[in-house]
Write a protein that binds this ligand. Sequence first.
Ligand code: GLU
Length: 287
Amino acid sequence: MDYVGRFAPSPTGPLHFGSLITALASYCEAKSNQGQWLVRIEDTDIPRIYPDSEQHILRCIDAFEFVPDGDILFQKDRLEIYEDVLVQLKAQHDIYACQCTRKMLGSNAIYAGTCRDLNLDFANQAIRLKVNDEPICFDDPLQSRQCSNLAEDLGDFVLKRRDGIISYQLAVVVDDYLQGVTNVVRGADLLDNTARQIWLGHCLGYPELNYLHLPLAMNADGRKLSKQNFAQALDPDNASELLSQAAQALNQPPLDLDRPSTMLAQAVAQWQRERIPQSTILSQIYQ
Ligand code: GLU
């Protein structure tokens, strides 16, 4: 089967070193499998968009000389597509409207299905996908076999929020399918979402994807590099040095300092997935 991979950042903050690790690993996996590598900007969560981060992502793609195989896709231009998928799910009786507020549900509560049989009108309500009481499992080459029972672990989950925002779960599954993605390479912080995405894909009759969840880059305090922790933004003027550090963080053979496109070609040529550290903490520290 032809390999199609992707890098799908959300513009909720500037790209940081952890994002570069994901970009590099997803690129090398795709290219070493003679595959395509796509870029998608996941910008459905408009209230969480961080000023100028979209421009920073695009500047970094350019500066690191990553060349996507196809136009960069922006999810905010695709809202009608997601709405059409909701129509399909509604016709299949897989979704329902939910009037529970966050306050009613508490913070970490497993959703008890309170609104499942209320037949509420869909307008101005959250939309939830019904889940099954069965384990959903997948084999991740780095994280081993993962299983989750969505009914026990989570309950019916939200595909569209009451404020009209399409959830990450819905947009990511629909776009991976429509873009012909076969392989998802992303940080292990997203591991928790995968069972939900497999289940939604199953409800929609989409083929299953292969997943590889990368160990997370941590800062010197042992905290995950993240936008929320104000991880330092990638410096597009220091692309070659950062690429070399990212390859090192993935425990790949060293890259010769050169222009980024030459380094990327070398990274692909000497890519060895089995060398990626298995644990979810990378020893390489960048802050
Ligand atoms: N947009 C997500 C993020 O930036 C990643 C989505 C994915 O790779 O599935 O965290």
